[in-house]
Design a protein around this ligand. Structure first.
Ligand code: NAD
Length: 500
């Protein structure tokens, strides 16, 4: 049996996890807490403040005061940008510590958590740069009018985030929300509240004014729900499951809030016979087993052309069996521990369902070397029919479904045959097919002969049950700002006279 190293525990663990409201760490108004569980032992290791309506009230009051009376929204973009760059510098310089905290809390392999820490810094740096380069439109009507756009921050943005790569997901919302001059309330996922507790120190050191950033921990149905229903929080940016997104959409409707929804996925990777097979296998292994398979854009359905199907399945299964499951803090680990026993149970139940629906060719349960904790073998099912639950439903773990297709038409039909539409990965060396096929897929994003390599300027988001709206680059700036149109008459007043 393997034993986890005590060195994996982050330095300076707090006594318990608190909220951060109006520049101070505080407990819940009612003193309530919830347990946070170590993915490696499945034991509770710390308590976190369980926020409710009263805590959201306090955070909303602080964030509104900072918005209406504080300097942040009125600062020059360059001044805000400087602070955001300082945040990026601090996150980068403490990458190892951030990664250690994140890996401990979420079970992510340490090397991948480090990559996500660097990406978090980049999210701030990117929006810091974008906001100073921001231009807005001016429209000229010769001799008559000049009209321009006055872009304004909206107010308090409610940011609700999931537990997969939590620190990075938080930075993806914090970066643009703050860059554009809003104040925020962050409600992190209850499975992984630890790394969010690093933000207050980082923000204070970087010089973010008091009350601009507020953090309320707690369960989705309590703290999250109160945030969605707070009348003085006009924006909600949500990332999480499609079902939760649907509920939030309904709950926000009476308040007519601005909503950005980044939801679930069941993304296809389509491998044609003319693809570079070696690269396609490497990339599709990484595409579903990286980040423990707890990745919204995971290529969790692999569609393979019949003429190379048997060879692909054999080579893929052999390589999947070599993917190294280990303790999250071990730099050699490729798949760590899933985030929480509840999620572990869900993934294991899908593996049992898969065994009744298709052919198991690799993995299929808990690795023998890890009798406790949320460890799962990289698991591969072949000959998966399109009606199978493991083809249709998001598992969000290291489990992949492989399905054969005959021709382009069948591949497209299979690719689009789920309720989701987040990402797609296409492997072919035929230029025309690559573009025609990519354009026909119902997904928000497509990668051609590539893994998920992000360019922060491009739109990020899904179609169908995978999301509503797109963030990324100037689209995020648009979501977090009002674009007020101001019209000025230059010539004679254009005004039909009534009632003379
Ligand atoms: P989840 O929907 O269970 O929870 C997400 C967040 O919503 C948490 O902070 C939770 O506390 C909160 N929440 C839950 N119920 C709420 C309610 N009634 N009102 C307000 N807030 C509520 O999702 P999860 O399990 O944390 O995350 C995994 C899911 O996120 C997967 O489906 C994954 O695909 C998706 N995801 C999508 C993207 C994307 O960009 N499209 C990125 C990462 C994760």
């Amino acid at each position: 049996m393997n034993t986890a190293s005590p060195d994996r525990i982050p330095d300076n663990l707090p006594d318990h996890i608190q909220h951060y409201i109006d520049g101070a760490f505080v407990d819940s108004v009612d003193g309530d807490t919830f347990d946070v569980v170590d993915p490696v032992t499945s034991q509770a290791y710390i308590k976190a403040a369980a926020g409710k309506k009263a805590d959201i009230e306090a955070a909303a009051a602080a964030a509104n005061a900072a918005f209406h009376d504080g300097p942040w929204p009125k600062m020059l973009p360059r001044e805000r940008s400087r602070i955001l760059h300082r945040i990026a510098d601090i996150v980068e310089s403490r990458g190892d510590a951030v990664a250690k905290t994140e890996s401990y809390d979420s079970g992510l392999p340490i090397t991948q958590a480090l990559g996500q820490a660097h990406r978090s810094a980049e999210n701030f740096r990117f929006f810091a740069d974008l906001i100073v380069a921001q231009v807005d439109d001016v429209f000229k009507v010769p001799g008559r009018q000049i009209n321009y756009v006055n872009r304004k921050p909206i107010g308090v943005a409610g940011l609700i985030t999931p537990w997969n790569t939590p620190f990075m997901q938080e930075s993806w919302k914090l970066g643009p929300a703050l860059a554009t001059g809003n104040t925020v309330i962050l409600k992190p996922a209850e499975f992984t509240p630890l790394s969010a507790g690093l933000w207050p120190g980082i923000f204070e050191e970087a010089g973010l004014p008091k009350g601009v950033f507020n953090l309320v921990n707690g369960l989705g149905e309590d703290a999250g729900d109160a945030l969605v229903k707070h009348p003085d929080v006009p924006l909600i940016s949500f990332t999480g499951e499609s079902g939760t997104g649907r509920l939030i959409f309904g709950n926000a409707a009476p308040f007519l809030k601005g909503l950005s929804m980044e939801l679930g996925g069941k993304s296809p990777a389509i491998v044609f016979a003319d693809a570079d097979l070696e690269t396609a296998i490497d990339a599709t292994i990484f595409g579903v087993f990286s980040l423990n398979g707890e990745r919204c854009t995971a290529g969790s359905r692999i569609l393979v052309q019949r003429s190379i199907y048997d060879e692909f399945v054999e080579r893929y299964a052999a390589q999947a069996k070599r993917v190294r499951v280990g303790f999250p803090d071990d730099p050699a680990t490729e798949v760590g521990a899933l985030v929480h026993p509840e999620h572990f149970a869900k993934v294991m139940s899908y593996i049992e369902i898969g065994k009744t629906e298709s052919r198991l060719v690799a993995g299929g349960g808990r690795p023998a070397a890890f009798p406790e904790g949320n460890f799962v073998e990289p698991t591969v099912f072949a000959d998966v029919p399109r009606t199978a639950r493991i083809f249709q439903e998001e598992i969000f773990g290291p489990v992949v479904a492989i399905t054969p297709f005959e021709d382009e038409a069948e591949a497209l039909e299979l690719a689009n045959d789920t309720r989701y539409g987040l990402a797609a990965y296409l492997w072919t060396n035929d230029l025309k097919r690559a573009h025609n096929f990519a354009q026909a897929i119902d997904s928000g994003m497509v990668w051609l002969n590539s893994n998920n390599v992000r360019d922060l300027r491009t739109p990020f988001g899904g179609v169908k049950a995978s999301g509503l709206g797109h963030e990324g680059g100037y689209r995020s700036v648009d979501f977090y700002t009002h674009q007020q149109a101001i019209h000025i008459t230059l010539g004679a007043v254009h005004n039909p006279t009534f009632g003379k």
